[in-house]
Design a protein around this ligand. Structure first.
Ligand code: ARG
Length: 472
């Protein structure tokens, strides 16, 4: 008798006359990356086995043996002694094959189950944990921004539009803008989590099963429940195995988060230049040049900005992979994993490193004060002063514009014009008008919700500080 050299991989038994070509195996195998789903695969299999036992499809002894066998595999994977075999394609079949070799009842584990649902189950379980970790890390990043704002509360810098000096803001206000963005990212993450946390088990390969499976109990055991502890189950077996919306949604949330981080990094990189000089980034979070001895580069900020490209690319890759697929499962979908893993890894790493780096940012108060003392930043305040004295805003805008050009032509700052020079532009402009150029007074006068004034920013900082210290 011609004995095969190796046991046939489970997905090839019976139907196939020959084994797969080595190069076909190498091309199709996903275990090189999907082994990351091993813990989730085992948790899902244990829950499935327990349900099969409750349904009378496994004896107590069989279920116990499967569970012990899976736990042993989990320990071996943890210890790095488990041998992954590419010819067994993926994480699911590697684990099942070793289990079945050791535990005869292992051959019953796949009862009423398909890899098509197993892979989405594992991905959902894995992503759920990663999203929770990322959400906590996001709050830590927000806290680092808030603490930097609190530490340098009185520092005023120019706010910019078109990268031209616009109006003065507290540095803390600028930092809190990012706290707001990140909070929206956080909310989007939690919202997305609701759709990640849905159990596909029981969908079979495409059309469910004829066996008496209890979907709800497995879902509850695996934590697929809503806020009121009701099981969350996919409602259409075809959608369940064909759907990767939750991957797309996560990648989209991550892409926007990456864009926010990127904009923060651009600000930090700009502020750390000799031209701005608003901040110094600690040596531990910068790098030097191999050639120019004086250089100190904001590498972390640059790389975080640069990695936005791959995070956005991953989103586009997954969308493109899905767009032409007929229902239901197609092997193309295996391509989602590396993009998802990379997105998670990149986002979590960048959030963590930015948090650490912000703890090593020293604000250069003198440089900030010099930039913020530009009286042009308060030209709008002067227009408001005229408005308060009855002048229509459009006219006030014009008058102050002329004043700016007079000051420019005389080569002096706008707040150094004499009362006579002011009156010459418009008789409403008395010497008292120049009081608007007192910066600290100006910063006290911005009260409305969301304004960069001292009182309002204090309130916002306190609110965030309190809110974020309640979090993990
Ligand atoms: N490795 C596959 C993936 O990552 C899971 C197996 C899906 N089923 C199949 N018949 N190939 O999507």
């Amino acid at each position: 008798m011609n004995k095969p050299q190796k046991p046939a991989p489970p997905a090839r038994s019976g139907r196939f006359a020959t084994g797969a070509a080595a190069e076909a195996n190498a091309y199709t195998a996903s275990v090189g990356f999907d082994h990351r789903l091993a813990a989730q695969d085992i948790a899902g299999s244990i829950a499935h086995a327990r349900m099969l036992h409750r349904a009378g499809l496994l004896t107590k002894a069989e279920c116990g043996a499967i569970e012990r066998g899976l736990n042993r595999i989990a320990r071996e994977i943890q210890a790095g002694t488990f041998r992954w075999r590419p010819e067994l394609e993926d994480v699911h079949m590697n684990i099942e094959a070793v289990l079945t070799r050791r535990v005869p009842a292992g051959a019953k584990l796949h009862t009423g189950r398909s890899r098509n649902e197993q892979v989405t189950l594992d991905t959902r379980l894995w992503l759920r944990d990663e999203m929770c970790a990322l959400a906590n890390e996001l709050h830590r990043l927000q806290r680092a921004l808030v603490e930097l704002g609190r530490k340098y509360f009185h520092v005023v810098i120019p706010g910019y539009t078109h990268l031209q000096r616009a109006q003065p803001v507290l540095l803390a206000h600028h930092l809190l803008a990012y706290v707001e963005m990140l909070e929206r990212d956080y909310e989007r993450l939690l919202d997305c989590l609701v759709r990640v946390n849905v159990c596909p088990l029981g969908s079979g390969a495409i059309a469910g099963t004829t066996l008496p499976l209890d979907r709800a109990s497995v879902a509850i055991e695996l934590g697929f429940v809503d806020a009121r502890h009701r099981p969350m189950l996919t409602q259409n077996s075809m959608d369940a195995v064909a759907d990767r919306d939750f991957v797309v949604e996560f990648c989209a949330v991550a892409a926007l988060l990456a864009v926010h981080e990127s904009r923060l990094c651009e600000d930090l990189a700009l502020w750390s230049t000799s031209e701005f000089g608003f901040i110094r980034i600690g040596d531990a979070y910068t790098t030097g040049s191999s050639l120019m001895p004086q250089k100190k580069n904001p590498d972390i900020a640059e790389l975080t900005r640069g990695k936005t490209g791959r995070v956005i690319g991953n989103l586009v890759a997954v969308l493109t992979m899905l767009k032409g697929l007929p229902l239901t499962y197609n092997s193309d979908m295996q391509e989602d994993k590396e993009r998802l893993f990379d997105t998670v890894d990149t986002c979590r790493a960048s959030v963590r490193i930015l948090t650490a780096m912000l703890g090593h940012v020293a604000v250069q108060e003198d440089a900030c004060a010099r930039a913020a003392s530009d009286p042009g930043l308060l030209a709008t305040d002067l227009a408001d002063w005229l408005v308060e004295r009855g002048m229509p805003f459009r006219e006030a805008h014009h008058v102050v514009g002329r004043l700016v050009s007079v000051a420019e032509s005389k080569g002096k700052p706008i707040n150094r014009l004499t009362p006579a020079e002011l009156r010459k532009v418009d008789k409403a402009l008395t010497g008292a008008a120049l009081r608007v150029f007192d910066l600290s007074h100006a910063m006290k006068r911005r009260h409305a919700v969301g304004s960069p004034g001292v009182k309002e920013v204090r309130r916002q900082l306190d609110r965030w500080h309190k809110f974020l210290s309640h979090e993990s």
